[in-house]
Ligand binder design. Sequence first.
Ligand code: UGA
Length: 437
Amino acid sequence: MNITVIGTGYVGLVSGACLSELGAHVTCVDLDEGKVERLKQGIMPIYEPGLEDIVVTNHEAGKLDFTTDTGAAVAKSDAVFIAVGTPQADGQAEADMSYVYGAAKGIAPHLKGYTVIIDKSTVPVGTARRVAEIIRAENPNADFDVASNPEFLREGSAVGDFMRPDRVVLGADTERAMTVLRRIYRPLALTGVPVEECNPETAEMAKYASNSFLAAKITFINQVADLCEKSGADVEDVARSMGLDKRIGPMFLKAGPGYGGSCFPKDTNAFAVIGRRNGSPQHLVEAVITANEDRKRRMCERIVEACGGSVEGKTIAVLGLTFKPDTDDVRDSPALTIVSKLHEMGARVKAHDPMGAEHAQAIFGKQAAEICDEPYACATGADAVAVVTDWAHFKTLDLKRLAATVRGKVVVDMRNIWDADEAIANGFDYHCIGRAP
Ligand code: UGA
């Protein structure tokens, strides 16, 4: 099986490397010559645990190659994955589809023999048909089908998510295309992974519906957390009790500062637009979007309240800038809103993140926060410490040492990572999420 993957971004690179690991011969195509050269040398453009290993091994074994030559790669392929970005269009809620359509145009003239074009990017319902129209218009004689095979990869565990997924969703209209898709994923099916076969629209919808549902689950527990704070309940215990019900399940019930990242915010917005366009508004998802935006702002107010009503002239140490641990991605991270707002309100912000500091500073600007290399330096002289991302090494910080470095003793732990009793015993005025400290 020869496969081309168009786009060596996060999804394309992980998918290409994992498909080669599953046994296919994969060529990853990118327009960026420098990136292609670096990949050939084993230099990864993103941080993703385990990725470098499988890229290097499969490249050395001749099963994974990188090129800028779309034509040569496509011509020899049985399947071509489109894994380019679908960013939120500027100032709009919907996805910018120009890269996907551009990739379709680029593929069309080079198709030789029967080829399945597979949308891997998260795309609005109906995209497979639109991609087929584009290819047909460019190359009326091409023998092809367009299928949808959405990804369900989480940053930080993408390789494991690809190799051991909860399910694989294959959306195709013809038996011929479905046969190719089945062959690609046969090694996973043999290990017992459920494979869902459906039409392309269903596969496209399954992706948006899954991400929107998970975003709703997080938002639900965040709102329950607010109520817990007012009523004396403990959100961690509430979530555990809820999660033991098999119909609910324990995952994605961790209250925090709101979801961020490159997927949930973008996909919930796009899903809401798709709903309205189709005359079927997704009221629940729309409420989730608003509630999550409010929450990020509210988190900043929590710091202000904990500091006695004002942060003006105060020094706030922000621990964690990425939207979650084990990634350098800060896109739509709650920390960005928090840092910018604190800065606007006249606070001096110090921030530490083991991987995302540079990216964050590029977004909120050099003036907004002073970046520190490690957490204790960040906390030194601060009036308050805010934990925004649950990096593992924050959990094991020596609270006694931390208490000795800070000036004020306020802690706002937005991920409930520290033991309240220990924090209080070390003299902290400890604030957490969804429960009494
Ligand atoms: C998400 C989905 O989990 C993947 O299945 C999907 O493939 C991916 O989007 C995508 O569409 O590409 P990801 O954005 O990497 O993956 O991150 P998650 O681990 O899902 O976390 C998203 C956000 O929710 C983070 O800000 C995290 O802190 C927050 N979160 C997650 C919570 O606040 N509480 C939870 O219980 C879980």
